[in-house]
Design a protein. Structure first.
Length: 127
């Protein structure tokens, strides 16, 4: 459907499916897996809450966990340009694997996330 927020267009069920698929790809990615916990349950819950508000839905992350301060929350983790690229590739693959999300909505979400991802980089590529 058209109109409304990205959250209204994509809907909570498709968003939850997207987040689940995204973290299966993250867990399988050799660059990303080492910096994530082995159990991604809470990570996925937080991401679902964050993306809900980010896409124009209810501010669940803020309500449950406080100010997102995303860059600060990522500082304990070595986020290199290579890892930002890998993160966005996992997201692109998860969007493609979630057919409930219409391609224009997938593109809009990916573009918005790419703008945020560059700000999470806090470490140069090694080697
Ligand atoms: C948490 C990596 C980009 C949203 C995390 C964690 C890692 C991580 C390692 C901690 C997981 C945990 O301990 O549970 C990355 C990498 C990125 C990236 C490598 C590449 C640029 C993003 C982007 C967003 C985002 C673009 C949002 C649009 C979050 C949220 C959390 C989180 C909401 C939970 C924060 C908390 O612990 O309260 N991320 N992230 N991340 N990330 Fe990212």
């Amino acid at each position: 459907t058209t109109g409304g927020t990205l959250y209204e267009r994509i809907g909570p069920e498709a968003l939850a499916a997207l987040v689940q698929t995204f973290y299966t790809y993250v867990a399988a990615d050799p660059d990303l897996a080492p910096i994530f916990p082995a159990d991604l349950t809470v990570t996925a819950e937080k991401q679902l809450a964050f993306l809900t508000g980010f896409m124009g839905g209810p501010p669940l992350f803020h309500q449950r966990y406080g100010n997102p301060m995303l860059r600060a929350r990522h500082l304990p983790h070595e986020i290199t340009p290579r890892r930002a690229q890998a993160w966005l590739e996992c997201m692109a693959a998860a969007l493609e694997a979630t057919p409930q999300i219409a391609p224009p909505d997938a593109q809009e979400l990916h573009t918005a996330l790419a703008r945020v991802a560059v700000h999470m980089v806090n470490t140069p590529d090694h080697r």
